[in-house]
Design a protein around this ligand. Structure first.
Ligand SMILES: C[S@@+](CC[C@H](N)C(=O)[O-])C[C@H]1O[C@@H](n2cnc3c(N)ncnc32)[C@H](O)[C@@H]1O
Length: 226
């Protein structure tokens, strides 16, 4: 276990996130200092709140739905989906799992009371032998996962493999903060171009997103394998 996988409880502070549609409040522990998987990123709030908005207009949108989250970080998106009734597998690098599992444990009773379920497993992008790749999912969610060059091809491989093992293609919902630096702009355009070779991509307009959790800097995409 690397040093990054451990945490002291007094290095953590909680953040509360309301899920208005079911009157529950998630408690998410973040670290005071750490790697990218130790804080809640805005793109995850936009995606979590979009799922909530969908459940408002279609109450069974997530009921019993098998959801896989890639690059969960602290788990805001996956835990929101589980609280809205989904069966969720949250995944990340092995070193991110202890804090992710703490957040699942913290919210377990709320999730259970809504008929949902959440577990956390390691899934390193590009590891196409992972057991998770053999499971079937109805929906894949991922927030702010495109931010370094070496991850682009493995991430696309993982998305392609997940889609190959099932009869019905899962719907992928992705949010990404579009950052200003040239390097980040280039990364996003390379990712988007590669993704569009294998997937149909639809941009979800801001007016269909949560009224308080949307931003012109954060893209929300609905993606289905060609
Ligand atoms: C910018 S953070 C976003 C976290 C979370 N989705 C959010 O929006 O708050 C990117 C996440 O991707 C994970 N990640 C990075 N490289 C990965 C890889 N090769 N395989 C699996 N997860 C990875 C990181 O550990 C981190 O949790």
């Amino acid at each position: 276990m690397s040093h990054r996988s451990t945490f002291q409880l007094n290095d953590l502070f909680p953040r509360e996130i309301d899920i208005e549609v079911c009157l529950k409040t998630l408690k998410i522990f973040q670290k005071l200092e750490g790697d990218v998987n130790c804080v809640v990123w805005d793109a995850s709030l936009v995606l979590a709140k979009y799922l909530e908005t969908m459940c408002q207009s279609k109450p069974d949108f997530l009921s019993g739905v098998r959801v896989l989250e890639l690059g969960s970080g602290l788990g805001v998106v996956g835990l929101t989906a589980a609280t809205l009734g989904a069966q969720v597998t949250l995944t990340d690098l092995p070193e991110a799992l202890p804090l992710l599992r703490l957040n699942i444990a913290e919210n377990k009773s709320k999730i259970g009371s809504m008929g949902g379920y959440a577990i956390a497993e390691s899934l390193v992008w590009g590891d196409t032998n992972s057991e998770i790749q053999k499971q079937e999912f109805d929906m894949i969610v991922m927030a702010d996962c495109v931010y370094y060059e070496d991850a682009i091809n493995p991430l696309i491989e993982t998305l392609k493999c997940l889609n190959n093992t099932i009869n019905k293609k899962p719907t992928i919902y992705l949010t990404q903060e579009l950052r200003d630096s040239d390097i980040q702009k280039k990364l996003w355009s390379v990712f988007y171009e590669k993704l569009s070779e294998f997937f149909f991509i639809e941009k979800i307009p801001e007016e269909q997103q949560h009224v308080n959790y949307r931003s012109s800097d954060i893209l929300l995409l609905k993606i289905i394998k060609k």
